[in-house]
Design a protein around this ligand. Structure first.
Ligand SMILES: Cc1cn([C@H]2C[C@H](O)[C@@H](COP(=O)(O)OP(=O)(O)OP(=O)(O)O)O2)c(=O)[nH]c1=O
Length: 666
């Protein structure tokens, strides 16, 4: 999750990879980076002896490769890229730098030197940010290197020559390709494997994170347990409109030009070298010095167009419990699955193939089986099962979203259109009672149930929630999301100073249990509506060492709140309009003693409000509430007397916000 925002930061920029290396193109394409390929003309002829270390040589070569491309593009076409990436990989053994062999004999000498020894592979990388001022190119270079140690087995003459005759060594530093036949020569690798292949992806992402996410302010904590540094999408609370995410402070990335001219052979070769059919762009110069652009199929758009098919395939497979049938390493043929799920063989086969193509099932000649992903998240009784939420998505959200066009035009939720006349009446009635409830009178029991728990799912209010079964289905959906997020929320901050906590609208108590696991001395109460509390027992964890959590029934808008040092609102605030939020936060603020705190768990938008997509897309449901950015949550909490507000972007679906009650009332 953490990597995606980093790569996402480059989406609107014109990124150029100044390398002909198909490996580098593949590595970057595979993580969804969109870029053009402009191979560098810089000759790798720097005087090696003038560099104190091999990595300084690799970095300088990488830098020169990238700068050459930046200058060329700027000079010839006045179409300056935003970012040019250059890289150079060298192998060093016994203080000597080995680059690509010039011929077979050279390859033989290199490989003989590597035989039976450990050597280092260094890749230098340069990230050049470009801007154009008065027609002059301005560049800002960020560079780094990565070292990986590789040990070769003893290589016999016969093996050496066989390998050399394969042709593989010729375009590779040190004369071998670890990713292919050369892998057979290797005894061990210490460090980043991709660095050997030509691009240190992990270090590159860390660098991007440093560049695009300024050093954390004192109010922001780092994410732990991840080799990538914390990536706070909430960057600069006081910056207002300024684009602090861009190190060069130039927002308007050039739009890519597509000439439509037929591709030259060279371009075609480069296009073909892009390993996956993504939006990898290729740019080279033709005879007349004109840049030619072409792209493979616009896979991003196709992916979006197909999104609904993929969602529905997942929903139907989940509904038919296909993943339950194939759990525990079970391998079944389509005909058997069809029989068990009582569906046509023809249809089942197509569904299973679709799931295989989506990475949810493995298909072999023996039949179909779950992938690890499916085993972990799609089997209905799994610890982290998303089955409940998937069924909810199919049964509820799908219908709502078929009315998106009307929702956008009217700016309202489409519950009545999606779920019929009866619902419409109910919806109207409930809206009235909801409005009244702001100023006092009691709401119905069903309203109460919904008031705390319809949150994440933007359900609206309709007859679907009358039955116990439906309530449980809804709670299962909530429960499955909570399972996935609770740990990151519970551990986002050090909460050891608190003795008691109250999770308002805490539903089945997943977060409460997670908090007790982490803070055994914490007494925690889950406060939710009576109909929710009545159904929580089947969701409780079992086992000797489970510390009990107290469940208390009540309506947080109307009833007195239990006393606590720490109040928790998980997936509550985004749902309600300002009036409801005012009621709730005023109440919490009033009951909070100085030093006590409020922990909020929500999806925190970046300051541009375009990330993360899950939160942005959820807004399309048109509920009366809204998603907020980090600075907006900070302002909101401060408005109600909370100070020292800290925000933690967890990398999970939910982020965490912690504010402390001021010593005097606001
Ligand atoms: C050691 C090793 C190198 N290599 C490759 C990575 C690089 O492509 C190449 C090192 O040469 P480089 O000069 O770093 O790169 P390049 O010439 O391929 O491309 P460009 O100059 O345009 O950036 O060796 C492997 O593919 N596998 C390996 O195991």
């Amino acid at each position: 999750m953490v990597l995606i925002p980093v790569i996402g930061k480059l989406v609107s920029k014109r990124v150029v990879l100044a390398s002909a290396s198909p490996r580098r193109q593949e590595i970057l394409t595979n993580v969804g980076l969109r870029f053009e390929v402009v191979p560098s003309w810089f000759k790798e002829t720097l005087e090696k002896s003038s560099f104190a270390t091999p990595y300084e040589y690799a970095i300088e070569t990488a830098k020169q490769k990238a700068l050459e491309v930046a200058n060329r593009m700027h000079l010839k076409h006045l179409r300056t890229p935003d970012i040019v990436i250059g890289a150079d990989t060298v192998v060093t053994v016994e203080k000597q730098i080995l680059e690509k062999p010039v011929d077979k004999q050279d390859a033989y000498e290199m490989l003989s030197r590597l035989s039976g020894k450990e050597h280092s592979v260094f890749t230098g990388v340069a990230i050049v940010h470009c801007s154009s001022k008065d027609d002059c190119l301005e560049t800002e270079v960020t560079d780094f290197y990565e070292e990986t140690k590789v040990k070769f087995a003893e290589l016999s003459e016969e093996l050496l020559w066989e390998y050399i005759h394969s042709g593989e060594p010729m375009d590779k530093a040190g004369g071998y390709g670890i990713q292919a036949l050369g892998g057979m020569l290797v005894e061990y690798v210490h460090g980043d494997f991709l660095n050997v292949v030509g691009f240190p992806l992990n270090h590159f992402c860390k660098k991007l994170a440093e560049l695009y996410y300024p050093p954390p302010k004192h109010t922001i904590h780092h994410t732990k347990n991840d080799s990538i540094p914390s990536v706070e999408t909430f960057e600069n609370l006081s910056d207002g409109e300024s684009d602090s995410s861009d190190p060069m402070h130039h927002k308007n990335a050039n739009k890519l030009d597509r000439s439509g001219t037929p591709l030259s052979g060279a371009v075609q070769t480069l296009v073909n070298s892009c390993s996956t059919e993504t939006s990898c762009m290729v740019t080279v110069e033709n005879q007349s010095g004109v840049m030619e652009y072409s792209a493979k199929f616009p896979s991003k758009i196709v992916e979006l167009m197909d999104g609904f098919r993929a969602s529905k395939a997942l929903f139907v497979a989940s509904k038919l419990k296909v993943f339950d049938l194939l759990k525990d390493k079970c391998i079944l043929k389509a005909v058997v699955v069809a029989d068990k799920v009582e569906a046509s063989v023809h249809g089942t086969e197509r569904l299973l193939d679709a799931c295989a193509s989506l990475g949810l099932l493995d298909k072999t000649h023996q039949g179909y089986s779950n992938t690890d992903l499916a085993n972990k998240y799609l089997v209905s009784d799994g610890e982290y099962s998303l089955h409940g939420y998937i069924i909810h998505s199919n049964d509820r959200l799908w219908h709502l979203f078929t009315h998106l066009e009307a929702a956008v035009k009217e700016g309202t939720m489409q519950t009545h259109q999606a779920f019929g006349k009866e619902t419409e009446d109910l919806f109207q009635r409930n809206r009235a009672s909801e409005e009244i409830s702001i100023i006092g009178p009691a709401v119905t029991e069903r309203d109460k149930l919904l008031s705390n728990t319809e949150l994440f799912f933007n359900l609206g209010k309709d007859s679907c929630y009358h039955s116990v079964e439906a309530k449980q289905r809804f709670m299962t959906a909530m429960h499955s999301i909570a399972k996935l997020t609770a740990r990151d929320v519970a551990t986002a901050f050090d909460l050891s100073q608190f003795r008691s906590a109250c999770d308002l609208g805490g539903c089945t108590g997943v977060l409460a249990h997670e908090l007790v696991q982490n803070y055994p001395n914490l007494n925690i109460t889950v406060f939710d509506l009576p109909e929710v509390i009545a159904n929580v027992s089947c969701f409780q964890p079992s086992g000797k060492h489970i510390t009990p959590v107290t469940f208390t029934a009540g309506d947080f808008f109307k009833d007195n709140l239990p006393e606590a040092d720490l109040y928790i609102l998980s997936l509550i605030l985004h749902h309600w309009n300002d009036e409801k939020i005012h009621i709730l936060l005023s109440k919490i603020s009033a009951i909070c003693k100085p030093g006590s705190a409020l922990l909020v768990a929500e999806m925190v938008l970046d300051e541009e409000k375009t990330y993360p997509p899950t939160a942005v897309l959820q807004s399309l449901s048109m509920t009366e509430g809204k998603q907020r950015s980090g600075s907006e949550y900070k302002q909101l909490l401060e408005k109600y007397g909370f100070t020292n507000v800290q925000i933690k972007i967890t990398g999970n679906i939910l982020d965490a916000i912690l504010g402390f009650r001021k010593t005097s009332a606001h």
